[in-house]
Write a protein that binds this ligand. Structure first.
Ligand code: DAK
Length: 257
């Protein structure tokens, strides 16, 4: 089976995953999505990996779902689409996921980017949902996550017109947290990942869960979740270690206990 992903070994708590279908601008076919979901599921169990950086190539993060594969699916094929489970598994990843985006992030590529917790973009990155040009609409969370990220007007503009926005626009709109020179995008994402990888893993996990909850719940429920999560962390070794390290004026060494 051809490898469509390169997964680096864990280094300083960070793994880099590279989408690799260069002939088709990393178009996401079922196999690639399956490989990505499987890689993240394996990393979930790997205590040496605390943060993942996901990237594509300089020309494209990913140009969307594989249109040639999609063309073969009829209505029943779409109802039984194995990609749905892969997308769900990707969205269940509990460790911090950083997308380092250069070039095209279109359709499913933009939706994959929005599965990441932090998005670092090269100046040449383009974010778009061009499905409307194919007579379809976003199918992997694009209408829901994009609206939450950039607000109604810009999400409507992007989804209904199919026209992409550039990295600076995406940054202004809140889709992207930082814009870098394209040759530095991956480096910057890895540096940020290494910083995050030094933090307490259980605190990272619960903080991520609480922040994601803020996107899809009312304030009172979100605050309740935050309070419970905060209380859970009171029972961890890492909380003791973090506080002791502060008082002893030394760096903390977190173990995930
Ligand atoms: N699929 C398959 N091949 C693709 C592709 C794609 N999405 N995008 C590009 N390619 C291929 C091109 O066909 C070309 O192949 P050859 O002709 O060399 O064999 C090669 O990659 C290089 O592309 P171009 O020659 O077109 O390169 P350019 O620089 O001229 O143009 C471009 C780059 C990104 C503007 C252009 O390639 C383009 O417009 N690509 C299509 C972008 C697009 O429409 N993306 C949205 C696809 S629909 C779902 C979940 C998700 C989805 C649906 C359902 N469920 C779970 C139900 C998502 C749907 C989509 O993403």
């Amino acid at each position: 089976m051809p490898q469509m992903l390169n997964v680096s070994p864990a280094e300083q708590g960070v793994r880099l995953i590279n989408l690799h279908r260069p002939d088709v601008l990393n178009a996401l076919n079922t196999e690639l999505l399956g490989e990505l979901a499987a890689a993240l599921a394996a990393i979930e169990q790997d205590p040496d990996t605390r943060v993942v950086v996901l990237t594509g190539s300089r020309k494209a993060f990913a140009a969307g779902a594989d249109i040639n594969e999609m063309a073969e699916r009829d209505l029943v094929g779409i109802l039984n689409d194995p990609r749905v489970a892969h997308w769900q598994n990707i969205s269940a990843f509990s460790k911090p996921l950083i997308a380092a985006v250069n070039g095209f992030a279109l359709g499913g590529g933009c939706e994959l980017v929005m599965h990441a917790d932090i998005i670092i973009a090269g100046e040449d990155a383009k974010f778009g949902q061009p499905e409307i040009n194919l007579g379809i609409m976003p199918g992997a969370g694009g209408t829901q996550r994009l609206l939450r990220a950039v607000g109604k007007s810009l999400a409507m503009q992007m989804v209904l017109s199919g026209v992409a926005i550039d990295a600076r626009h995406a940054e202004r709109a809140g889709l992207v947290s930082e814009v870098t020179q394209p040759e530095l995008t991956v480096e910057r994402a890895i540096a940020l990942a290494r910083l995050i990888a030094q933090k307490a893993p259980l605190a990272l996990r619960l903080a991520k869960e609480a922040l994601l909850k803020a996107q899809d719940t009312d304030l009172a429920s979100g605050l309740r979740f935050e309070r419970h999560a905060f209380t859970v962390l009171a029972g961890t070794q890492d909380r003791k270690e973090g506080i002791a390290a502060f008082q002893e004026k030394r760096p903390a060494h977190f173990t995930g206990q």
